[in-house]
Write a protein that binds this ligand. Structure first.
Ligand code: ARG
Length: 457
């Protein structure tokens, strides 16, 4: 049986099945690079502070680098009995370089060690996510630029409301993701802090230099309170929240893609390479990728709830419960990065059926507000205009027609101010063009919006 690093005060050791429950090595080996980076910074600082000799430090660092290389080459098997990445590496180091390896843990605890690893890892991954979000936003802008003039029905209550520009519609997701990006950037302020040197909870009696390890690891600051340093998991909660909300946004976009590609809508055609078939129905082409992105929001939100519940009521300082912070975070990051990557490919390869989109706005009542505005222009108070147009819509429904095809005499029976020019006024493209208010769907306003968006990425 492998000797435990903490075995001194024990007369018996846990059995293998207890070790297995306790162990985190099967998932925290993800942190190997961060763990070794943190250990190298710690050893370097210990040597500068003359707690280790320079020779000891060099031997330790070489040993750590060799372990890292062998791990990536697939030549190291870690063990459950050594619990986690920290004790597995320490054990391996002592095996390789002898008892000097046991000096690495001077002035340190696994509590500040794991916190350091997680800060380094979360920082790196959040930076990757920010870059991926930016790339996705760029794809949205490129698509929007091609479709400023593409008219589509805008909806409220899933009912046709008013015609809008397709570019305007999809740019909404640019802005959602811009807020997401800002949330990640803001979270970075609290991720980018060094807990190293807090040791178990109270700091240490060795003359360590926390600012040197902070500098070596590239952290922007150090925790001011050693208990806080080892107990804080807020930055993981914040990251999970930012991931969850981004996934919620992607799920809303995915839902639109699913509807747009349906037989009923036919607004877009997804590329074959982002669709799948049915094992029984030969005609099927299913938007599985979009459905999976919509569906995976369940697990990311679950991870957020799970960590919040783990932390609730947890006393200071470190508690083993905190080991539960990892799998959810790793999975949430993996899920979001995958979803962004897939979504980007799906957007780039889909075909927007522009003719079908504009046709739909000519066979609905989404220009009814235009008719009311037309009457307002002829000095009819809006509330009266609303009532009159309601009656005209009712007449059209009863006569199986739409506003562009209502005969002029019928219009004039409803209000004598309505003239021949109403037919141009009611065209969906004209309706969109007339929207000139800031941030609106009019082509000029959308072009301005896109230029503001471009200046942000
Ligand atoms: N595997 C542990 C975790 O992930 C590392 C810290 C363990 N510290 C301790 N005192 N048991 O949280």
């Amino acid at each position: 049986m492998t000797k435990k690093a903490w075995g001194g005060r024990f007369e018996a050791q846990p059995e293998a099945w207890v070790d297995a429950f306790n162990a985190s090595i099967h998932f925290d080996q993800t942190l190997i690079d961060e763990d070794i980076e943190g250990s190298i910074a710690h050893a370097t600082m210990l040597a500068h502070q003359q707690i280790l000799t320079q020779d000891e430090c060099t031997t330790i660092i070489q040993g750590l680098k060799a372990i890292q290389k062998d791990f990536h080459d697939g030549n190291i098997q870690f063990q459950d009995a050594l619990e986690d990445i920290h004790l597995n590496i320490e054990h391996e180091l002592i095996q390789r370089i002898g008892s000097v390896g046991g000096k690495l843990h001077t002035g340190r605890s696994r509590n500040d060690q794991v916190a350091t690893d997680m800060h380094l890892y979360t920082k790196k991954e959040v930076q990757h996510i920010i870059a991926a979000l930016q790339k996705f936003q760029k794809t949205i802008i490129d698509l929007a630029k091609h479709h400023v003039e593409t008219i589509m029905p805008g909806y409220t209550h899933q009912q046709r409301a008013q015609p809008i520009s397709f570019a305007h519609h999809i740019m909404t997701y640019f802005w959602m993701l811009e807020r997401d990006k800002n949330r990640f950037q803001d979270a970075l302020k609290r991720i980018d802090i060094s807990p190293l040197g807090a040791a178990a909870l109270s700091g240490t009696t060795y003359p360590i230099d926390r600012f040197e390890t902070q500098r070596l690891l590239g952290f922007a600051a150090v925790y001011e309170n050693s208990l806080d340093a080892v107990s804080d998991r807020d930055y993981i909660v914040e990251t999970l929240h930012a991931i969850s909300l981004t996934m919620v946004h992607l799920s809303r976009f995915a839902e639109e893609i699913i509807f747009w590609s349906s037989e009923e809508a036919q607004f877009i055609t997804l590329s074959d390479t982002f669709s799948t078939g049915s094992s029984i129905m030969p005609q099927k082409k299913n938007p599985d990728m979009a459905e999976l992105i919509r569906g995976k929001v369940g697990r990311t939100t679950g991870h957020l709830m799970s960590l919040l519940m783990t932390l609730k009521g947890l006393p200071l300082a470190y508690n083993k419960d905190m080991q539960e912070d990892k799998e959810g975070l790793f999975d949430a990051i993996h899920t979001l990065k995958g979803a962004l990557h897939i979504f980007e490919g799906m957007l780039k390869s889909m075909h927007v059926n522009t003719e079908r989109l504009s046709e739909t706005t000519e066979k609905d009542f989404s220009n009814a507000t235009e008719l009311a505005d037309y009457l307002v222009m002829k000095d009819v108070p809006f509330r009266e205009a609303h009532e009159i147009v309601g009656k005209i819509v009712l007449w059209s429904i009863q006569n199986h027609t739409f506003l562009l095809d209502v005969p002029l005499e019928v219009y004039q029976q409803h209000h004598n101010a309505i003239d021949q020019d109403v037919y141009t006024y009611l065209r969906p493209s004209e309706a969109v063009k007339r929207r000139k208010s800031y941030g609106s769907t009019g082509q000029k306003a959308v072009k301005h919006q896109i230029s503001v968006a471009e200046s942000l990425i």
